[in-house]
Write a protein that binds this ligand. Structure first.
Ligand SMILES: *Cc1c(COP(=O)(O)O)cnc(C)c1O
Length: 363
């Protein structure tokens, strides 16, 4: 546990050290941090040529957080708050990243953690994290939504703290990503695109931008572009999806808990929400890695696929605009998707040398 002062603005102390004075959480038992946040806002001009020509496009690379996703911003807040309230254990239902993050912060705090996961639908890098950090990993037959319903019920009767995005501290922690975007750009972007699963993150960004504007850190707020996967698009369709399906497992959620908050964020920001196919997600996933050298997980690439689609439909006019795509998780989280169909048979050394020569001579 870290006993650094909660109100210093050192960039090295994690998001509570930097922004704790703007976060509505308890921290009297000390701050639990892995020095999350302070992630790069990378200019992406080559990607912009493909998806949003004429724009100033940036990638908020949240995959560089300690456990590889933005969930760490919320988890430092949720676990710090839980500790102050005397919690001895935490639990979450998860598509993977919340589980890995909760497990790591629980280990850091010295409390127990259980994670309930939809069996067979969790990317291996996420599961590996949860196991390595020593969580009690409980796979269930059923979806994320089933897992969450089960966990919520238990938390109503047992002394165990729920750290899903229902937990208000999660939102308080995650809003710090908006503060960072504003600090780096000196203002809000015109558009901020992000994937939407349980809708905690879109809720958090909107709160962050609103608060930054209210305190005079930026002159305006951005329009939010929410993106769902076509097989898992309850908010776009206006009704829960019984059996959500998508290769973007982090947003494979049929009944988002922050649905109402997401609708408010979209309405108040004059934003839009749309769905993209798995094919479009995978194309964006490969494109951002190949054009910018940035490796994100499929759910994260939905933000880029969604931006490309919004530009195509005329929803977003890119010319002269500042646009941020949030890359929510690291590509190494889902190695199986990255490897799929791409490993070739071994070749002879001679054949390899021939290939290298052709490559060197190619123009
Ligand atoms: C959790 C997660 C999302 C979805 O965020 P919500 O707050 O559930 O909408 C998107 N991408 C990744 C990588 C995630 O881990």
């Amino acid at each position: 546990m870290d006993s650094s002062p909660a109100h210093s603005r050192s960039p090295y102390g994690g998001v509570i050290a930097r922004y704790g004075d703007r976060m509505d959480i308890r921290s009297e038992s000390g701050i639990v941090t892995l020095l999350e946040g302070d992630t790069p806002l990378l200019p992406a001009p080559r990607l912009a040529d493909h998806v949003a020509p004429g724009s100033r496009l940036f990638l908020k690379y949240e995959g560089l957080n300690p456990t590889g996703s933005f969930k760490d911003r919320g988890m430092t807040a949720a676990v710090t708050d839980a500790l102050a309230r005397g919690a001895k254990s935490i639990v979450c239902a998860s598509t993977g990243n919340t589980a890995a993050s909760a497990a790591a912060y629980a280990a850091r705090a010295g409390i127990r953690c259980a994670v309930v996961l939809p069996e067979g639908k969790v990317a291996h890098g996420k599961l590996a994290g949860a196991i390595a950090y020593g969580a009690d990993v409980i796979p269930i037959r059923g979806s994320f939504d089933d897992a969450l319903a089960g966990v919520r019920e238990v938390c109503e009767r047992a002394p165990i703290t729920l750290v899903n995005s229902l937990n208000p501290a999660r939102i308080e922690g995650q809003k710090t990503a908006a503060f960072e975007v504003v600090e780096t750009l000196g203002d809000s972007p015109d558009w901020l695109a992000l994937p939407v699963g349980n809708a905690g993150n879109i809720t958090s960004y909107w709160r962050g931008f609103r608060e930054a504007a209210a305190s005079g850190d930026c002159a305006r707020t951005p329009a939010l572009l929410g993106v769902q996967a076509a097989g898992s698009a309850p908010i776009v369709l206006g009704q829960p999806v019984e059996r959500p399906e998508t290769c973007a497992t982090a947003i494979r959620i049929g009944n988002p808990v922050r649905w109402k908050d997401a609708e408010a964020a979209l309405r108040e920001s004059r934003g839009r929400i749309l769905a993209v196919t798995d094919e479009a997600i995978m194309a964006a996933y490969r494109l951002v890695a190949a054009t910018e050298g940035v490796f994100c997980e499929p759910a994260s690439a939905a933000s880029i696929a969604g931006l490309a689609e919004a530009v195509r439909q005329g929803m977003v006019q890119p010319e002269g605009r500042t646009i941020v795509c949030v890359l929510t998780g690291h590509g190494l989280k889902d190695p199986d998707v990255a490897m799929r169909g791409s490993v070739s048979e071994p070749e002879s050394l001679e054949a390899a040398a021939e290939r290298l020569t052709r490559l060197a001579e190619a123009r």
